[in-house]
Structures are given as structure tokens and as C-alpha cells.
Design a protein around this ligand. Structure first.
Ligand SMILES: N[C@@H](CCC(=O)N[C@@H](CS)C(=O)NCC(=O)O)C(=O)O
Length: 296
């Protein structure tokens, strides 16, 4: 879960038995911040995950919103807080945690209410596996989001790419935007859709074998929070869930939770959602939407 870039700066903190990466931020101001502070973006799926966890665990937090379209994540100041220059970053009384999956585990430890981690070994092993898969699908959701939702507004021209290269230290991020500006191949799109189809098969199986209502059964867990943001993102693309009916029903239940409404829905600008709806419809009609890549 920790990109190579941050390994040098990573120390491992043992918090309530969970080992999670905590970085030593170089930013003096951030080190002096009190309480729980989240550096995030309204539409970023990784940020949504952390906001849902904060809501679920009733943790009060201070918002530091970064406009990714304006490259606010590429400033020296932000990169001195999170050397990967991506959101989210959680700073809690000077401790800095990066990686959304690690952040939600941390929030579960510091927050209120019942634990979001099951206490049997089997379910805990499943939770670990599902958190890892949810985190690992970030590359795939990024490709799909940029292709099927953000394309008309987020594709960079040569000048914008040059500006990002000059300011941003994360080579993987730059390589991604270079690839996106050239256009993803059909093979690449088919392979990332397959990654989701395979992951959804597993989630569908979990819902059926445990009997719901949540992914690991009767207990609402971090797995529900980790996955909701990606399932929601595909739903925005008008992804056809016909092969995953239990997952679709789970999405409906998740959408009723106050943590979803306050941590995710409330932050998504309505104008952008209307634009995504229109663009997805047009892509389905003329350009081949995401469903053209489902092989079942
Ligand atoms: N593995 C990281 C991924 C973080 C990440 O990729 N964040 C995206 C938003 S979801 C970002 O900051 N992107 C900046 C960009 O695309 O320029 C996590 O889970 O926190």
C-alpha cells in the first residue's frame, strides 16, 4: 500500500495492534496542527473513503480542501506534507498518515462507536484481503474515471503536462497523465474493467455467502467503506451491475447511511454530477461506454 517514493520517509507505527505507515512530514506548520486535519478533495475517491470513515466514527475534523484541477496538490508546501503529492493526507496532532486504506484503519482506532474490524480470525483475514484489493484497484479506478468521466475536462495539453513535470515530484503521477493525454488503448481499458469484474465477483460471493447486509455479514466494517467509493464511482459511469445484483443492492443500502450522505454525497458538486450523467450517456450512445468492455 505504500508507494516506493515514501518508503524512505516511512516509520511504522503500531497503533492498537495495527501496523500502519506514518510519515515524518517535513512541513513545520503541519507538524504543529492540532486535532484531526484532513487534506482532501471533494471528488477524489480516496478522499471520499476517509471522509466516510470520519463520519462513521464521529470524529470531528478540520478540512483542508485541495483543488486538483488547479494543481494545488503540486505545490511545494503540500508536497512537503505528503511527498507523493496526492490526496488524502491525515494529520492528527502532528502525526501524518498517508494512504486512504491506512487512514481509515487509523480513524477506526481513534474514533467512537463499535469497531469496524471483525473479531474472528477468518473475517479478519477476509477484511485484510479486501482492504488490500480495494487499495490495489486504485490504478484501475483512476484509468476508468479519467476515461469515462473526467476526459473532457482533465486531459492535459503539452503546456499543462510541462507545468506538472516542473512542479510535481511524483513520477508515477506524471506518467499517468502522459498516458492519459495520449489516450488509453482498448486493451488497457478492457483489462482494468476485468480487474473490477473479478473483484466484484468476489464481493458478490461474500454478500451471498455471509448473507449481508454488509460485505462481511451483519457487522458493518472497513471493507464496506473501502469499497463503496469505487462501486459508487462505477455507478456514476452507468456501469451495468446486472451480473452483480447483490452488490447493487448493497450499494443502495450504503447510500442510505448518514456517513455516505455526509462524507461522500454532500461533497459532490451537483453540476459535476449532471455533467458526468450526460457524458456517460453520450459515451454509451456514440463512443462506447464502460459497459462495452465488460466480458461476461
Ligand atoms: N494510494 C493512494 C492514492 C492517492 C491518489 O491517487 N489520490 C488521487 C486522488 S483519488 C490524487 O491525488 N490524484 C492527483 C492527480 O490525479 O493529479 C491512497 O489510497 O490514498
Amino acid at each position: 500500500m505504500v508507494p516506493l517514493l515514501t518508503l524512505v520517509a516511512t516509520v511504522f507505527a503500531n497503533f492498537g495492534g495495527i501496523v500502519m505507515p506514518e510519515i515524518e512530514t517535513k512541513n513545520e506548520w503541519a507538524r504543529g496542527l492540532k486535532g484531526v486535519n484532513l487534506f482532501h478533495n471533494s471528488m477524489s475517491n480516496c478522499s471520499q473513503r476517509t471522509r466516510v470513515a470520519l463520519e462513521e466514527k464521529e470524529v470531528s475534523w478540520t478540512s483542508h480542501h485541495l483543488d486538483i484541477a488547479k494543481d494545488e496538490h503540486a505545490t511545494d508546501a503540500y508536497q512537503s506534507i505528503n511527498p507523493n503529492g496526492v490526496v488524502p493526507t491525515l494529520v492528527h496532532d502532528g502525526r501524518t498518515i498517508i494512504e486512504s486504506i491506512d487512514i481509515i484503519s487509523y480513524v477506526d482506532e481513534i474514533g467512537h462507536g463499535p469497531s469496524l474490524v471483525p473479531d474472528t480470525d477468518d473475517l479478519r483475514a477476509e477484511l485484510d484481503a479486501q482492504l488490500t484489493t480495494a487499495g490495489d484497484t486504485q490504478g484501475a479506478i483512476k484509468v476508468l474515471s479519467h476515461e469515462f468521466l473526467f476526459k473532457p475536462v482533465r486531459k492535459m495539453n503539452d503546456k499543462q503536462l510541462a507545468a506538472l513535470r516542473a512542479t510535481h515530484g511524483n513520477r508515477d503521477l506524471i506518467a499517468f497523465h502522459e498516458e492519459f493525454s495520449k489516450g488509453f488503448s482498448d486493451e488497457r481499458l478492457a483489462s482494468v474493467v476485468k480487474e473490477f469484474a473479478d473483484a466484484f465477483d468476489r464481493l458478490e460471493g461474500l454478500l451471498q455467502s455471509h448473507g449481508g447486509p454488509w460485505l462481511l455479514g451483519t457487522q458493518f466494517t472497513l471493507v464496506d467503506i473501502a469499497w463503496i467509493v469505487n462501486v459508487h464511482r462505477l455507478d456514476l459511469m452507468r456501469f451495468d451491475f446486472r451480473h452483480w445484483p447483490a452488490l447493487k443492492a448493497w450499494l443502495g443500502r450504503m447510500q442510505q447511511r448518514p456517513s455516505y450522505k455526509n462524507g461522500l454525497e454532500k461533497w459532490e458538486p451537483k453540476g459535476i454530477l449532471r455533467f458526468f450523467g450526460l457524458y456517460s450517456r453520450l459515451r454509451s450512445l456514440f463512443g462506447g461506454g464502460v459497459n462495452a468492455y465488460i466480458r461476461k
